[in-house]
Design a protein around this ligand. Structure first.
Ligand code: NAP
Length: 280
């Protein structure tokens, strides 16, 4: 198995998540000439072509020489794409490793759909990345089919390691749905929180640009403390919360309105939706 630097990587679908991973790979000096993207929409394709990677409208062409094929289309399109690729690999001696980032779509389905005409199934790794991959601050969960070799896993680890600060291999495939509800969708939860914070402060009279700068830096600073401090999140929270002070007043309001219950229900809704996408 070649190393990440010498591997040919094909992205099938060049949308938000593929672009984030490719951006992270390029800032880690992965050769542009080894990155191929198949993307039907000219706007997305042209954006990616402008970064210097190889682009095409043909999934078969992108995947023809690849060592790793990253399925980065919406879950609803995964079957068509895998069937097209599997059929095109029928004459190929060594099949590429398939890495699917499609939420919910199971290893069993992916292997079945990507089977060659002579009945061989590619080795498949399911990965759940997140968009902070773009700034090399991603968090990814992963689960491999039992036929994936240690070398292939290493290659996927190297791919994820170049865009993620945390890569967690989960013990059971179903746990990837929980990872989806936590870190896959998670960046959106923080973006929504910042949107609400800015709106609240603006409604209370702070100019929007100042509110935005303060809220975004607060989010970054808190995130950095979570990563760098040896204290638990609960301790970091307590450190901000003076007895009967301002933070106490805000946190009491959150809890009084069911904050924990809201978070539980939201993460469960995302987890359930991932499982549902896999069943359709
Ligand atoms: N965005 C995230 O934060 C995130 C995080 C983790 C995992 N994921 C997973 O990543 C996958 C992609 O999500 P995304 O947010 O990047 O979606 P997206 O922005 O819609 O990207 C998907 C791309 O695939 C293209 N496409 C559609 N049909 C295709 C085909 N037959 N062959 C090749 N490309 C095709 C789409 O083009 P058109 O626009 O022309 O249809 C689109 O540009 C999903 O399965 C999602 O579950 C996303």
């Amino acid at each position: 198995m070649p190393s990440l630097q010498s591997s040919k990587l094909a992205f099938i679908g060049g949308g938000n998540m593929a672009s984030a991973i490719i951006g992270g790979l390029l800032s880690n000096n992965v050769a542009k000439s080894n990155i191929f993207v198949a993307e039907p929409w000219d706007v997305n394709r042209n954006k990616l072509a402008a970064t210097g990677v190889q682009t095409t409208t043909s999934n078969v062409e992108a995947g023809a020489q690849a060592d790793l094929v990253i399925i980065a289309v919406k879950p609803q399109v995964a079957q068509t794409v895998c069937e097209e690729l599997g059929a095109s690999w029928s004459g190929r001696e060594r099949l590429p490793v398939v890495v699917s980032i499609a939420a919910g779509i199971t290893l069993g389905s992916l292997q079945e759909w990507a089977r060659t005409k002579d009945g061989r199934a590619p080795h498949v790794v399911r990965v759940m990345p997140n968009t902070p991959a773009l700034v090399a601050e991603g968090a990814s969960g992963a689960f491999a089919s039992s036929d994936v070799t240690a070398e292939e896993k290493e290659l996927v680890n190297a791919l994820l390691g170049s865009v993620s600060k945390a890569t967690e291999w989960v013990e059971k495939e179903e746990l990837l749905d929980v990872v989806t509800g936590l870190s896959g969708s998670g960046p959106a939860y923080f973006f929504a929180m910042v949107e609400h914070l800015v709106a609240s402060a603006t409604a209370l009279g702070l100019p929007q640009d100042q509110a935005t700068r303060l809220a975004t830096q607060t989010c970054l600073g808190a995130g950095k403390m979570l990563v760098e401090s040896s204290d638990e999140p609960s301790q970091l929270r307590k450190n901000v919360t003076s007895p009967n002070g301002t933070t106490h007043a805000a946190l009491q309001t959150f809890e009084g309105l069911g904050f924990k219950d809201i978070v539980d229900k939201a993460v469960k809704a995302a987890t359930d939706r991932a499982a549902e996408l896999g069943k359709k």
